[in-house]
Design a protein around this ligand. Structure first.
Ligand code: RIB
Ligand code: CA
Length: 336
């Protein structure tokens, strides 16, 4: 019996894909559903990526439901320059054969949390549009969840702008609604996630994991190089931290805080304004990561999945997928 039931709302996305791998691979996590949102790339591609990852990573019975293709207000943002036009960098997966849920992401979130009050750890690793729309439709989800964790925000600098982190910047109005709701938001922001850098030492260890590392994990974790940083030594696996927090909160230092979201600043729209000495806190903000413990945990889970991937999957369990013969590398497509 898994310890945690996670519903992951995401915009895959290089690090969203690595977060999905962790949520699927940790035997202590029951991934109860995946909902998609437009963000890193358009909704059509984040949803395509989620469907293909579901079959490639072999969790075919987990529902995937599509959500919002644009923010509640303002212009639609993208991070294609980071994630590539397809959203998974150079990785090209076999086409999905299993269907998308007919339920919308918003209704899937509401129905899942309502059916299991107090049991669902809701995690969001993309723009918060689906979460905000679900709160507007059914405010009680704020009480029904066991916990709510986001990758998003920052109490220092942003990455989409100097002030705003991408997930918040992509839909500031949604983020304002989410932080104003009747729950505690666990904010895993850039201040924390930039400590989880998949540097060359980590990548060299991941390369030992075999085919899944060659075909998926390493290409996802090494695709983006920041051209403005000459001493760049690897991507931060931002979204992996949000899933890791649910299963291994012992690896994180968090502090109570009040978080407000700027939605109308000329230079600061999308900024999370964090008060660590508030009269009333609405969030727990992560400040420090046990880096060695984090990678030991993540790599152990990835190694477990990689071992399973050395065993050919009987075609009956992954219907319709013309699994390539040994040596073909379905996931390493043409660099985008
Ligand atoms: O700022 C990092 C966040 O924006 C991550 O969730 C990444 O996937 C992008 O969506
Ligand atoms: Ca993301």
């Amino acid at each position: 019996m898994a310890g945690y039931k996670i519903l992951l709302d995401c915009d895959p996305g290089l690090d969203d894909a690595l977060a999905l791998l962790l949520a699927h691979g940790d035997p202590n996590i029951d991934l109860v559903g995946v909902t998609t949102v437009g963000g890193n790339v358009g909704l059509d591609r984040t949803t395509k990526n989620a469907l293909e990852l579901r079959e490639y990573l072999r969790f075919p019975t987990v529902p995937v439901a599509a959500g919002a293709d644009r923010p509640i207000s303002g212009e639609t943002r993208s991070a294609e320059h980071v994630h590539g036009t397809g959203g998974l960098g150079s990785v090209v997966l076999p086409p999905a054969t299993l269907p998308l849920s007919e339920t919308s992401a918003v209704d899937f979130i509401i129905e899942t949390v309502r059916a299991l009050p107090g049991a669902i750890d809701l995690v969001a690793t993309g723009p918060l549009t689906n979460i905000a729309l679900a709160l507007q439709k059914e405010p009680a989800i704020a009480r029904w969840v066991r916990s709510f964790t986001i990758m998003g925000g920052s109490y220092t600098r942003g990455n989409a702008t100097v002030a705003a982190e991408f997930n918040i910047y992509a839909d500031p109005e949604a983020a304002r609604i989410v932080f104003a709701a009747d729950w505690q938001v666990v904010m895993i922001g850039l201040d924390l996630t930039l400590q989880a850098q998949a540097n060359s030492t980590v990548i060299n260890r991941l390369r030992q994991l075999g085919k899944l590392a060659d075909d998926l994990i390493v290409p996802l974790a090494t695709f983006y190089v920041d051209p403005t940083m000459p001493d760049w030594d690897g991507q931060a696996v931002h979204d992996v931290c949000a899933v890791a927090y649910v299963a291994r909160p012992d690896l994180f230092t968090v502090q109570p805080a009040r978080v407000d979201v700027e939605t109308a600043g000329e230079f600061t729209t999308g900024m999370t304004v964090v008060d660590f000495d508030p009269p009333i806190a609405n969030a727990l903000v992560a400040t420090e990561l046990n880096v060695s413990g984090f990678w030991a945990y993540v790599e152990s889970v990835y190694a477990r999945v990689a071992r399973e991937h050395t065993v050919p999957q009987p075609s009956a369990e992954v219907p319709g997928s013309d699994q390539p013969t040994a040596g073909e590398n379905p996931a390493a497509g043409h660099a985008s």
